[in-house]
Design a protein around this ligand. Sequence first.
Ligand code: FES
Length: 96
Amino acid sequence: PVDAVSPRAAGGGAATVTASTGTYRVARTGQNAFTAVTAVCTHEGCAVTGFANSRYVCPCHGSEFSTSGAVVNGPASSALRQFPATFENNVVTIAV
Ligand code: FES
């Protein structure tokens, strides 16, 4: 669910979601648009916990990824896996 004080409530925010299937980064890219990617860095497997300038940042070696998971800066060379995310009735659903 997305509530009024969530970092996802405003466009450009991002949050970490942990589910039984893994940990994901979820970003709001538009009023009703969200993206969801795995939070596991493709470089050496660190948790991608940072978020700055609309990019996910891996704290281990500084790789940067777009909100759709594409590599913006290495050393990672592969994109974060993206999962379909839908938004309805203030709930984001990630299809994994
Ligand atoms: Fe993420 Fe190295 S593990 S940049």
